[in-house]
Write a protein that binds this ligand. Structure first.
Ligand SMILES: [Zn+2]
Length: 223
């Protein structure tokens, strides 16, 4: 099981760690017998098991550096769509694959609200039908790193679903900037945080001023 990251504040620093220590690593002040001014908060883990996220869009980092550099343009990340049973449909050079495992640690974005019964009912047939179109058949059209890849497959499916809901299609840029990039950045920061804590027990940043605390929940992790 993955360790979870907690954050507490002391001497104007935000201190990230796996366990709150007995004393402040910055000033040495002992916490035993007394409380911190503010309770430690846990930092939500941005990764989840894709096979347990039905009807979702998934992003699986191939490795950490690629996660950091991801701009939506290349095939650095692999993306897929789950059916109602957690099978991951994803487009590769050999066509659409159905993965029953291998997506246990990824970023998952639910695409259907639990009360959208019609869509839930139709989800699996939609996904099957969409995946069976000649466009994703390597005999008819071949995979292209830039223009016809797993990312295009997932985006096009999402747009088909939006169309059935009478909603406007997302451009690749809108999808990347509004939908994918913020989550990928968050996951990348979290990974950096975990690596720093594993190496040094703590990751310490200056506490942002009170009023901006909400927006800067992670502190300045990027270096
Ligand atoms: Zn301190």
């Amino acid at each position: 099981m993955e360790k979870s990251v907690v954050k507490f504040s002391h001497c104007n620093k935000d201190i990230f760690c796996f366990f709150v220590p007995e004393e402040c690593p910055e000033c040495g002040h002992s916490f035993s017998g007394q409380r911190l001014e503010e309770a430690p908060v846990s930092i939500p883990n941005p990764f989840s098991n894709g096979h347990k996220s039905p009807c979702s869009f998934l992003v699986a980092p191939t490795d950490e550096n690629k996660l950091r550099e991801f701009d939506g343009g290349s095939g650095d990340l692999h993306t897929g769509i789950t059916n109602t049973k957690g099978v991951v449909f994803n487009y590769t050079k050999s066509g659409v694959r159905r993965d029953y495992q291998g997506w246990e640690r990824c970023i998952s974005v639910p695409l259907v609200q639990p009360d959208m019964y019609n869509l839930l009912d139709q989800w699996d047939p939609y996904l099957e039908k969409f995946s069976a179109t000649p466009m994703w058949d390597p005999i008819w059209q071949s995979f292209n790193e830039e223009t016809h890849n797993c990312y295009n497959y997932t985006l096009m499916f999402i747009n088909c679903v939006l169309a059935t809901q009478g909603k406007r299609a997302l451009s690749k840029d809108e999808f990347t900037k509004g939908f994918v990039l913020p989550r990928v950045k968050r996951a990348s920061k979290y990974t950096t945080l975990c690596r720093e804590i594993s190496q040094n027990h703590f990751y310490i940043t200056d506490s942002p001023p009170k009023e901006t605390k909400e927006t800067a929940a992670y502190g300045d992790v990027e270096t």
